[in-house]
Design a protein around this ligand. Structure first.
Ligand code: FES
Length: 121
């Protein structure tokens, strides 16, 4: 696979059910991951989108959470890191996702390049 256009990270972190922080696992993360897999396959985006499970994405209160990252072809490593971060602010977090939301998210963000405002956190 060449460098993907997007990387999608689905938080599948599992904590004890009584943990006050909660976890995406208990908010349906496995089904979210499967819905992404299906929607990506349906649109034949396998060569453009890399889907991964991830640990906690630090938005636990908004579980289930996914993050869409658009890798830059060129990252100016010679710039100070503060400026680099501003230039490479290419991550979008989505939360309170359900499997029914994923086809619309994939169509809007991964096909049309327009992040879906509705579930951003
Ligand atoms: S457990 Fe999913 S964002 Fe923290």
């Amino acid at each position: 696979m060449n460098s993907p256009k997007y990387r999608v990270f689905v938080c599948t972190k599992q904590r004890h059910p009584n943990d006050p922080e909660g976890s995406c696992h208990h908010c349906g993360a496995t089904e979210i991951y499967q819905a992404f897999q299906d929607a990506i396959a349906e649109r034949q985006l396998e060569n453009q989108v890399e889907l991964r499970c991830s640990g906690c994405l630090d938005r636990c209160e908004a579980g289930a959470v996914a993050m869409v990252f658009q890798p830059k072809r060129y990252e100016p490593s010679w710039l100070p890191s503060k400026i680099q971060k501003k230039l490479t602010a290419n991550k979008v977090w989505y939360g309170r996702l359900s499997p029914a939301d994923i086809p619309k998210l994939v169509e809007s963000h991964l096909v049309n390049g327009k992040p879906l405002k509705q579930h951003q956190v």
